[in-house]
Design a protein around this ligand. Sequence first.
Ligand code: WT7
Length: 650
Amino acid sequence: MPDQTITSVSRESRVFKPSAEFKAQANLGSEVTYKRLYKESVNSPEKFWAKQANELLEWRKPFKKVLNWKVPHAKWFADGTLNVSENCLDRHLGTPLENKAAIIFEGEPGDIQTLTYKQLHREVCKFANGLQSLGMKKGDRAAIYMPMVPEAAIAMLACARIGVIHTVIFGGYSAESIKDRVNDCEAKLVITSDGGWRRGKIIELKATVDAALKKGVKCVEHVIVHQRTSNKVTMKKKRDIWWHDLMADSSSEHKAKAFAAENPLFVLYTSGSTGKPKGVLHTSAGYLLGTTITSKYVFDLKETDIYWCTADIGWITGHSYVVYGPLSNGATVLMYEGAPNHPEPDRFWDIIDRHGVTIFYTAPTAIRAFMRWGDDYVKKYSLKSLRLLGSVGEPINPEAWMWYHRMIGKKRCPIVDTWWQTETGAIMVTPLPGVTPAKPGSCAVPFFGVVPKILDETGQEVPKGEGGRLFLTQAWPSMLRTLWGDDDRFKKQYWSEIKGIYFAGDGARFDEDGYLWVVGRIDDVLNVSGHRIGTAEVESVLVAHPKVAEAAVVGRPDDLKGSALVCFVTLKSDKAASDDLKQALRVHVAKEIGAFARPDSIRFAPALPKTRSGKIMRRILKDIAAGVEVKGDITTLEDIKVVAALQASD
Ligand code: WT7
């Protein structure tokens, strides 16, 4: 393929046009068509989405009503019925896709397993029967705490098949975090593995589940244990069941029932600005439509692709773009269990060459790590199978974008920088690879049916080029429906910043060409290596430590992680600061939340900067953490001397 043309070069912004060759083969390669469809999608959303829903999904009972929108509660296709698992599996059977790979799995130790659509369907049917034999039924909740193995996808699809609501908990979360999530949604079942491989070591998942269930969990009746690493685990009589035993007794025939379009599909917990994580609820048809259509057009997904999204299924990216979106399109999905630098930092490139990966979707923090590890690890591989690259999770800095373009895409592959959230379910703002010229660092233009607006405090649109808060003003099919068990928080969190429209929590601006540049979170949520961490969550864990009096947590810009976690801590009066205590507090946070939340720095201070009403002034702490001059008005500070003491803290 020819080089993509560079149409303008300046220090900060270059524009990369799709090549004629990519355009010619794209699922959507015409600007005129994109514009026409976009216009239709925002001017007549019901007409647009009805057509897409009929074309892209298989319905048991067709819907008549498209949208019922009583702000902030949306019901899409409410009188229609379908089965999500049937859409991802059964509909490909009896077609040429049936014997094609649905999942190509590579374990960290190097074991490889391929599941065709027929085989995957069979496993899902068996597991669905197994779940039913344990009494699991529509509306029940099942927690999934597993490594990146095909069985995780099988578990999700089997739940979907029988109307059980899954809540996947990322394998890096601690026992305490599992307990909170399992209790919050009152899961009857936990599905886990004995362990998972990570950097040559076993992560003992079952042991962590055991610890979680000992912390005061009453709702869990059974634990299903998939054997992955064969490390020793304790099986509690009656409660715990081996995956393989359950499967051995299960039939591979399973007739999927039809469920209402709005039947809940899953709850996925994400951090918010309080200590308690939010259970984002997604339902069936709208979510599946959003993930199916974006997979088709944003990733230009074809049946011939080998598509690899590196996200863990514990995050929304893994739900939408490892499992539901690509399988609904009949794609071949690559799943890799382990770390990118095991045994060497070239593992990803090795995987791409060996399996012939054509589409690769990863996060800026990973790209920056690859850059740091050095080009030599990449140069050993041809990467010639690649045709499209994607980025997600945080703003991608132009340097990382250029490296990705040059070193991985060999200047040949379009890059889609996709902006979206756990709450949006599917990609909202992105270039379309055969249509939209890309600007490094910008997530470009809205996808169909998405109307982003940048507003100021009064709800006025800010002029192009100026920053403000990002809102989505039109309902979309894959939007979250509520927060599990807390509709008030749902309303307050997303729909009351400016009444009646969706507040994304991000700061952003439009440039003169209408391209969106997302700056990052403006609420008290940090994006650390593409993982969302609520500062309040870390603070509440810190203050639970017996020696800590108060804590305030802020982000500090970090070259690799995007944000680093900096914790300002005041100790109880009789407790002494020490390096050991610092280390102990870092370990404490990692233990309570998960290793990915381990603070980068703990700073002891005699006091925290507060207003007279007792509110911690975070912007002051952010400046201090960043080592820059404290800007802005500090006259509302109760005690001005605190700033100097904080600056001197270490
Ligand atoms: C937050 C959502 C859904 C993707 C995985 C993270 C940030 C995500 C981008 C992007 C700039 C991005 C935002 C957003 N974000 N993608 N392409 N450019 N920022 O999901 O944990 O729900 O986090 O990630 O700040 O609000 P999440």
